[in-house]
Design a protein around this ligand. Structure first.
Ligand SMILES: C[S@@+](CC[C@H](N)C(=O)[O-])C[C@H]1O[C@@H](n2cnc3c(N)ncnc32)[C@H](O)[C@@H]1O
Length: 164
């Protein structure tokens, strides 16, 4: 498969998964967290499909397209290894949906650089919160859940946060 085809399929999977996740949390109150603002594409989509919902976006630096830049109180800048525990200390384990998109596209590199990420996600997610991620998250409290139809296994990942 060409890199262009692979990129398009990844974006299609992202959109399918985000639309499915937004529908799954309908009627459930609580913030949504975007871990990896980047260019702001998926943040912008979440904002579009979850009107009125507080969506907090995290990244090292503000480099999103100006049209997709979160307002100051919803933008958390800095290394997530530090900013996520600080956010959890302020907001508790309240997030009902987390979209994890911090990957570099190199799984071996991510496994080392982001080894702390699954634990931080578990510390932010409310009981039964939905976590959707571009990379696999291994943690005893993050229970793999089936992806929506049309998204091949391994292209995206979905978890529910167990209680406890
Ligand atoms: C794949 S990009 C995100 C793409 C974005 N969701 C979009 O749709 O445009 C990954 C982002 O995660 C951020 N990131 C990776 N590790 C991080 C860390 N430890 N702390 C803060 N941001 C991090 C990078 O700076 C990068 O912007």
């Amino acid at each position: 498969m060409s890199r262009l085809d692979s990129f398009i399929r990844r974006l299609e999977a992202q959109r399918t998964v985000l639309n499915w996740a937004a529908a799954a949390i309908a009627g459930r109150e609580g913030p949504v967290l975007e871990l990896g603002l980047g260019n702001g594409r998926t943040y912008d989509h979440l904002r579009d499909i979850l009107p009125g919902r507080a969506i907090h976006a995290f990244d090292r630096q503000a480099k999103a397209n100006p049209r997709s830049m979160p307002e100051a109180p919803l933008l958390v800048l800095g290394d997530m290894e530090q900013t996520l525990p600080a956010f959890a200390a302020r907001h508790g384990r309240s997030a009902v949906l987390l979209h994890v998109d911090a990957t570099t596209g190199q799984p071996e590199r991510d496994a080392v650089a982001l080894a702390w990420l699954p634990g931080h996600v578990a510390a932010l997610a409310a009981d039964d919160a939905l976590i959707v991620s571009g990379s696999a998250l291994e943690h005893p409290l993050l229970i793999a859940t089936p992806l929506p139809e049309g998204v091949p296994a391994g292209r995206y990942y979905a978890y529910r946060r167990a209680s406890g």
